[in-house]
Design a protein around this ligand. Structure first.
Ligand SMILES: CC(C)(COP(=O)(O)OP(=O)(O)OC[C@H]1O[C@@H](n2cnc3c(N)ncnc32)[C@H](O)[C@@H]1OP(=O)(O)O)[C@@H](O)C(=O)NCCC(=O)NCCS
Length: 183
């Protein structure tokens, strides 16, 4: 289902491109920040090898069509501002899940919405998805606001969905349906 010729997507401020091996130090800095990872489904990373393994997995998934895991690079200075992904792609059901995070200096500037607008458009218009899901912790108000403004609706709570750092975590399931997409 993934576009074998995928190269990159672009917005006014960001380039959405495949992760590269040389992103590992910047990706580690992103995923090692406890504040960025506060609502994530695994603890912050602590080693460069975790970033390297994630990049290798992302590149394998891109080649096999299982997921599109992209770097968010600033167009001005070429820095890694964050990452985003369409994963758990189920072509037979025209469904996938979206994930995203930004480094703290880029928060509060509407960049997640800007990046997701093109990623979701790619998922719906190019990949033919009818449904894109997101799992969000109930206290992640910024993420909920981003999703709501893009047309996602909250469908319900998944109780004890994850265990993170020895604690059980609930998440809310949000979904964007093709007919709610304003792209
Ligand atoms: C969630 C995240 C991606 C949001 O990206 P962003 O580009 O900073 O989002 P925006 O600047 O568009 O702000 C989103 C909205 O949330 C609001 N907001 C920000 N922090 C908030 C808070 N603590 N409480 C309530 N609303 C908040 C903003 O005012 C904005 O409102 P608006 O849509 O009415 O303008 C970013 O904060 C992030 O990377 N967080 C860490 C990783 C993460 O949680 N990822 C999502 C996992 S589901």
């Amino acid at each position: 289902m993934l576009d074998a010729d995928f190269t990159e997507l672009a917005t006014e401020r960001l380039r959405l491109r495949a992760l590269r091996a040389d992103d590992a130090p910047a990706l580690l800095a992103l995923y090692a920040d406890a504040e960025v990872m506060r609502h994530w489904i695994h603890p912050p990373w602590a080693a460069l090898s975790q970033a390297q393994a994630a990049i290798e997995e992302a590149r394998r998934d891109l080649a096999s069509g299982r997921a599109l895991h992209l770097a968010l690079e600033t167009r001005g200075d070429g820095l890694l501002a964050g990452s985003c992904a369409l994963y758990d792609i189920a072509p037979g059901h025209r469904r996938a899940t979206v994930g995203y995070l930004l480094a703290e200096p880029y928060w509060g500037r509407g960049m997640a919405r800007e990046a997701l607008a093109v990623l979701l458009g790619h998922g719906i218009d190019t990949l033919g998805l009818d449904r894109i899901e997101a799992e969000v912790t109930p206290h992640n108000f910024a993420s909920q606001s981003v999703l709501a403004r893009l047309g996602f609706r909250r469908e319900g709570r998944l109780h004890a969905r994850w265990r993170v750092g020895g604690m059980t975590r609930d998440v809310d399931l949000w979904a964007l349906l093709r007919h709610d997409w304003q792209g």
